[in-house]
Design a protein around this ligand. Sequence first.
Ligand SMILES: [Fe+2]
Ligand SMILES: [Fe+2]
Length: 388
Amino acid sequence: MRVLLFGGTFDPPHNGHIHLLQQAIRAVAPDWVVVMPACLPPHKSPSTTAPDLRLAMCRCFEPIFPDLEVSSWEIEQGGASYTIDTVAMLENRFPGAQIFLTVGSDMLLSFTGWKDWQQLLARTILVVQSRREGDEEQLAAAAAGLEQKGGRVVFAGGTPLEVSSSEIRSGRGRKNIPPQAREIIRRYDLYRPHPTISIEGARRLAKRTLSDKRYTHTLNVKKLAVKLAKQYGADPDKAALAALLHDIAKERPKAELLQILQDNAIIAKGAAQRPVPVWHGICAALLAQHRWGVQDEEVLSAIANHTAGKPGMTRLDKIIYLADMCSAERSYPEVDWLRALLAQDLDRAMAVSLGQNILWMRQQNKPIDPVSLAAYDELRRPYHLEAF
Ligand SMILES: [Fe+2]
Ligand SMILES: [Fe+2]
């Protein structure tokens, strides 16, 4: 069996990469191709594009070969990605397979600087590709040097298609981005400076994005969240920002929310299996991070968990959850009682409100999020509230 490994940062993947992979496939005739975006590439400065989104953009490789997988393995390992570790993983997964490693010209010239490069030479066959016209001689010399040290080198040949990811990031050569990657760039507005959205910016965004009814709700949540933050010692600005963005994805179609969860498959692992009403908060946090430059983990957590809660809720998480439950336009039977409790005791109000919601969902035969049940079980204990 022949396994072809095609690794890179892919920030973003472009037609030059597709061309290289096609040439390598032609040269090697592999049974299986693994496209492997790196987590932190050891030879380059770290990418600022979220690993999940680089992984999602790599879907553009799928149509070019039937037996091809885009692997999240290096990203899931975290930290610096070393090819030798990936090769060891592939040897485990495909015992006895011959592993082919694609190496661009720049990489071939620096190959003896790679971690355990002698091991790589012994355990893989290098598939070398020119990335620039006119570098053939230099490559042939480098390859001959590696062959003298016991390496096996295949030249993929063909004319290079000169495209550079860094040019694309700086706004040139966008025509060289395959449609699947272009869609991710558009959805998250990648490769443009993303200063953190201001509170006023978030308000304007909510106003132009949401229906009048939901915008009013959002303003009410903000007002109460800021009041609670001042009362309970949280940061009122963080509360305002989280409140203004908490429902920003609520009116997007379910298919689009699912797409966002799939684009962020590692960071949002398991989210697509949670009940659909939970999705809009998680998606709002992902959009806040990728599109609107919100880096504050507390704000992102409060947005993501405003529907279901989570074990280990922070003060800000509770404030946004309860501001959402008790905002001025809410009129369910227990709301006035809950408002009175909230004015006295944030933690107790949180436990009671989450318990009420779980009970209501159970009565309505709606699916109950296991994350909510775990959160409730933790919150109820100090108050000896009923277990579910
Ligand atoms: Fe919501
Ligand atoms: Fe809401």
